[in-house]
Design a protein around this ligand. Structure first.
Ligand code: SF4
Length: 412
């Protein structure tokens, strides 16, 4: 046969410059050979230091490796050291990122304790003024970062683009024999704003390694087009995120689609999934979705994966759904403890299947799997371990019997 083996297309990360984000001696690296990092942002009023510290802690426990907080007023800047202090007291060493717009130059200069307590600053070059004022104010923030040895994300957003730069590019475009599409001019403005701001920051004295760039837009195809080009034009670490992705399923799917395309191409060193929480929904959901994206792409592993079939007319009862959920919850709940005792446990694959059609096959692909009896099948559930059928479970408590087997497998 002249058939060639089909390659497994593992994402090959682009090697960017690596930023070091420090917090009380703990370092989170971003870029280079560091794993793709998960970020999130609080939605509390930063002035409420207790509430903000609690939310930061929850996000960190959910898996956020960096947490951004708004620093928009002198009162918020005054609260920042207290937030840090409370987190330190709770033993939460997640780096805090200050999100600055409009008045960041004043806050970072007038409130040194805030500038010091933060581990990284996010600066939006579209929101720092115009002309000479913009250059001076941007310079003040970069000088603060260099003085306190902090990393900076230069975060451009097409909802707040540098209007002067955009006007210049529009003007230049109007003189082209064949003008570009307005969207292409916007892309150029986003990328130029990020890259030129980064170059200016380096000229002012910030090390290139301490610069992370982002160009956020709210459309999937726009994000892909912009980041492909941004990645070609620079070697800074890149932060990926679909801004204003939206609520619930729409936001989750849009973020997963955009981020997956880019991550598969090796683009992106840190990600945020910007979901609008629905009433009563935890802020942690954005961290859960970000973790699932990285795990699905096999870029990182956080928890054992549970393969479950969707179920169909062949599933006889709700036992199958209950078992899949029970095992998933059980594995997630035990992870903090297992991680310490059983290195590599996050790579475990468990299968919970609904009938004989795909049950045995899928269970054999997993480390441990169970095929529940479907309609018309004998009331017995074969269990497969390391690809071999080892036993058959029967009775009303198959769920707890299988849970014991999973636990035993991990321990052994
Ligand atoms: Fe349906 Fe069986 Fe396939 Fe599950 S494995 S979806 S129960 S046919």
């Amino acid at each position: 046969s002249d058939k060639q083996p089909i390659s497994f297309s593992e994402p090959v990360r682009k090697l960017t410059r690596q930023a070091r984000i420090e917090c009380n001696g703990h370092v989170v690296t971003v870029g280079g050979n560091a794993p793709v990092r998960i970020q999130s942002m609080t939605n509390t009023d930063t002035v409420d230091a207790v509430e903000t510290a609690i939310q930061v802690k929850e996000l960190a426990l959910a898996g956020s490796e960096l947490v951004r907080i708004t620093v928009n007023t002198p009162e918020a800047a005054l609260a920042v050291p207290y937030i840090r202090e409370q987190l330190d007291r709770m033993g939460v060493h997640v780096p805090l990122i200050g999100d600055f717009h409009f008045n960041g130059h004043t806050l970072l200069t007038d409130y040194p304790a805030c500038a010091k307590a933060l581990s990284k600053y996010r600066i939006n070059p579209g929101n720092v003024g115009k002309g000479e004022k913009r250059d001076r104010q941007f310079g003040m923030m970069i000088e603060a970062a260099a003085r306190w040895n902090k990393a900076v994300r230069i975060g451009v957003n097409w909802g707040s683009l540098d209007q002067e730069l955009l006007a210049d590019l529009m003007d230049e475009n109007s003189r082209r024999p064949t003008p570009w599409d307005v969207r292409q001019v916007m892309y150029e403005a986003l990328i130029s704003s990020a890259v030129e701001s980064a170059q200016r920051a380096e000229q002012i004295g910030l090390a290139g390694e301490q610069i992370i760039l982002s160009c956020k837009v709210s459309g999937v195809q726009d994000l892909v087009a912009v980041y492909r080009e941004l990645s070609k034009r620079c070697n800074y670490a890149l932060h990926l995120g679909l801004t204003e992705a939206g609520m619930g399923t729409k936001g989750t799917v849009a973020s997963a689609s955009a981020l997956s395309i880019l991550l598969q191409e090796g683009i992106g060193d840190t990600i945020r999934v910007s979901l609008t929480p629905q009433p009563g929904e935890s802020r942690n959901q954005e961290v859960v979705v970000a973790s699932e994206i990285l795990q699905a792409l096999e870029l990182r592993r956080f928890v054992p994966s549970v393969t479950a079939c969707p179920g169909c007319g062949r599933t006889t009862s709700t036992t199958f759904q209950e078992l899949a959920k029970d095992i998933d919850d059980f594995l997630r709940a035990r992870m903090p403890e297992w991680k310490k005792s059983f290195p590599g446990v996050e790579s475990l694959k468990v299968a919970v299947m609904g009938c004989i059609v795909n049950g045995p096959g899928e269970s054999k692909h997993a480390d441990i799997g169970i095929s529940l009896p479907g309609t018309g099948e004998a009331p017995a559930a074969p269990v497969y371990i390391d690809g071999e059928k080892r036993m058959t479970l029967r009775g009303d408590d198959i769920v707890s019997q299988f849970r014991v087997l999973v636990e035993k497998y991990i321990e052994e």
